[in-house]
Design a protein around this ligand. Structure first.
Ligand SMILES: Cc1ncc(COP(=O)(O)O)c(C=O)c1O
Length: 387
């Protein structure tokens, strides 16, 4: 491995939500950013920009759009043109924007729960109605998995449903969906006239050699009914720089999205654009090492929990750096997030924020040096001794 992901770098007092939210005695394993430096090539590009010293209003350069198109063609055999790309300052913004663009007051928006919390609030932010379909939990003995319950998915769609917001790979379950799953979801949406927005922010964070297929790349028909949201932000650990984008191949949907963003969505800042260009141009070898490191962290985590914390049942994700842990058989009577915070001084995400299906669960971010991951698990083990 060329790059060193074992190095611990203090992030306290750096304005990080993850590290500054709780007390200094708490080990934060919650917010989905990684405790690794961004790739050196990104740091060099940012340093050159800072040395230049002018941070005026930016405009996405044609080169970046072309880079994104080439990446889509190379990685997914998906032909995209620069005109089909809409730059956005963030994907939470994108998820809210699609509700605004394609719905009206009282339109229904479908999501699959448990789910990344901003998906749950985006519809009501626009005066629309949240509709949920639970994913099916699969008991795998020491671990758990999730599958799509297609009957529940279709049953959740009503005449009001305008939009389905898919999370692929899925946060928090860490599932990267197969072409078969994508096709079945798309067929159901097409049958009911439901537009798909596919949030694929985790598309590069693939473990064990898993491959990603964008929903819109499955077929030209699906692409005409789909808005894809992507970003280099999670992949290269630059989310605070706020550079992301939508790909919209249906001209009518593109016009509607651009109209909805007018006047309220700012352009991406110049440092975000600089970082994105360097990341996509130069950092795939870093990404290959990152995937290996995250895969080893995932394996370490599953073994640790299986051997030393058997009352917890984690997912064994094939994408993302997130593990979703079922604490319902642990004997913890309190909310498990609160329990581990109070008794272990470790901050995990509270499963209840991911919808009702998240009650009794926590989410753990393993995008950190192995030593930090081990420390967090040791703290959880100590906390569980009092149960
Ligand atoms: C599925 C998903 N979408 C969007 C985001 C956040 O995107 P952004 O920081 O670009 O708003 C996250 C962050 O965890 C996420 O998991």
């Amino acid at each position: 491995m060329t790059y060193n992901f074992d190095q611990e770098i203090s992030r306290t007092k750096t304005g990080s939500i993850k590290w500054d939210w709780f007390g200094d005695d708490v080990l934060p394993m919650w917010v989905a950013d990684m405790d690794f430096q961004a790739p050196p090539q990104v740091l060099n590009a940012l340093q050159s920009h800072v040395t230049h010293g002018i941070f005026g209003y930016g405009v996405p350069q044609k080169a970046l759009s072309e880079t994104i198109c080439a990446r889509m063609a190379d990685q997914y055999n998906w032909q995209v043109t620069p005109e089909q790309i809409v730059f956005l300052p963030g994907l939470v913004c994108g998820v809210n924007l699609v509700c605004r663009a394609y719905g009206e007051p009282s339109s229904g928006v479908l999501v699959q729960t448990p789910i990344y919390p901003p998906f749950l609030s985006a519809p009501s932010n626009q005066g629309q109605v949240l509709q949920t379909a639970d994913l099916a939990l699969v008991d795998k003995g020491a671990t758990i998995g999730y599958e799509i319950d297609f009957a529940a998915f279709e049953a959740a769609i009503t005449k009001q449903t305008k939009l389905f917001i898919l999370c692929h790979p899925h946060n928090p379950t860490g599932v990267s969906y197969s072409v078969d799953d994508l096709t079945r979801m798309a067929e159901i949406c097409a049958r009911h006239g439901v537009i798909i927005c596919s949030d694929e922010i985790h598309c590069d964070l693939l473990l064990d050699g898993t491959s990603h297929v964008p929903m819109a790349a499955v077929s030209p028909e699906i692409s005409q009914n789909c808005i894809t949201l992507m970003a280099p932000s999670k992949t290269f650990n630059i989310p605070g720089l706020g550079c992301s984008f939508a790909i919209v191949q249906n001209p009518d949907l593109l016009t509607q999205l651009n109209q909805a963003r007018d006047g309220i969505v700012p352009w991406v800042n110049v440092l975000g654009l600089t970082a994105a260009q360097a990341a996509y141009d130069e950092c795939d070898p870093w990404l290959a090492d990152l995937r290996d490191y995250l895969t080893a962290n995932r394996n370490f985590l599953t073994s640790y929990i299986t051997e030393k914390l058997p009352s917890l049942r984690p997912t064994h994700p094939n994408a993302t750096y997130l593990t979703w842990i079922d604490c319902r058989q642990s004997g913890i009577e309190d909310n498990p997030h609160k329990f581990f915070l109070e008794h272990g001084k470790v901050a995990l995400n509270d499963g209840t924020a991911f919808g009702k299906a998240g009650e009794g669960f926590v989410r753990l971010n393993f995008g950190c040096p192995r030593s930090q991951l081990e420390e967090a698990l040791d703290r959880m083990q100590t906390a569980l001794k009092i149960v």
